[in-house]
Design a binder for this molecule. Structure first.
Ligand code: HEM
Length: 117
């Protein structure tokens, strides 16, 4: 069965880029242990757009759906959803709450792949 690619497209204002990248650098790291997980990459735009791509690849649609409704997904999005972690208070715009002003989910099926020989 073909793998599926799920790309979350995040619109990130210039002053929030650093914060977004910091959050991903400190991400939960739980997706790695999810059944059917195959790949993750955070892609920073180089062409002047404000859209970061969160690239993920899964064995199947069902595996992706299972992760999305899991506690691992919730924990992996604790900061993004505005939940307070423990630790010192943070400055305006750099505390909790979304670093992105919008998001859009793209879905693809993998029909061809290649890797170096
Ligand atoms: C409203 C929608 C979403 C927003 C604003 C968002 C934003 C974020 C942010 C800021 C993080 C860094 C961790 C944190 O701050 O808690 C994160 C983690 C992550 N996001 Fe999203 N996200 C959204 C939905 C999705 C969806 C639909 C996918 C599927 C492609 C996805 C894939 C990931 C992955 C793989 C991680 C790392 C989780 C881990 O390490 O376990 N996100 N997201």
């Amino acid at each position: 069965m073909a793998s599926v690619v799920k790309i979350n497209v995040l619109s990130v204002p210039p002053d929030m880029r650093e914060e977004l990248e910091r959050r991903f650098a400190g991400r939960a790291g739980m997706v790695e242990s999810q059944d059917g997980f195959e790949w993750f990459e955070l892609l920073r735009p180089l062409d002047g757009t404000d859209r970061y791509l969160v690239y993920t690849r899964w064995r199947s649609e069902e595996d992706f759906q299972r992760w999305q409704s899991s506690q691992a997904f919730q924990r992996g999005h604790a900061q993004a959803s505005g939940e307070r972690p423990s630790g010192p208070p943070q400055g305006v715009g750099h505390g909790q709450g979304p670093a992105a002003t919008g998001s859009e989910l793209w879905s693809f099926e993998v029909i061809e792949t290649a890797a170096p020989k």
